[in-house]
Write a new protein. Structure first.
Ligand code: SF4
Length: 97
């Protein structure tokens, strides 16, 4: 079993000197290793508060555990069960606040 990680895994970002000259996405996203590292922050609560606070009611601990287990297809399926636009909602969700 993996250890719980408390520190947020930093999101790779476009270099500011580069991004002032383009309209590409600033946050580059996690690779597999970073996504699995970040998944270690979830303690898989018995009564998870993340689901009712998610406007599209994604089963967040389920998809996080699937990422932790390297089941990326299943994680995608879990996210799209209640949300057909995960790439859009993932960008506009103010979860970091
Ligand atoms: S993501 Fe949900 S289940 Fe995981 S630690 Fe946060 S509230 Fe608990």
């Amino acid at each position: 079993m993996s250890r719980i990680q408390h520190e947020k895994t930093q999101m790779p970002m476009q270099n500011p000197k580069k991004r002032i000259k383009n309209f590409d996405v600033v946050e580059l996203g996690y690779n597999i290793e970073l996504a699995q590292q970040e998944s270690n922050r979830c303690v898989n609560c018995k009564k998870p508060k993340c689901i009712p606070y998610c406007p599209v009611e994604i089963d967040i601990p389920k998809f996080i555990m699937e990422i932790k287990d390297g089941k990326f297809g299943e994680a995608y399926y879990t996210m799209t069960e209640t949300n057909i636009f995960p790439s859009i909602t993932g960008r506009v969700c103010p979860q970091e606040e």
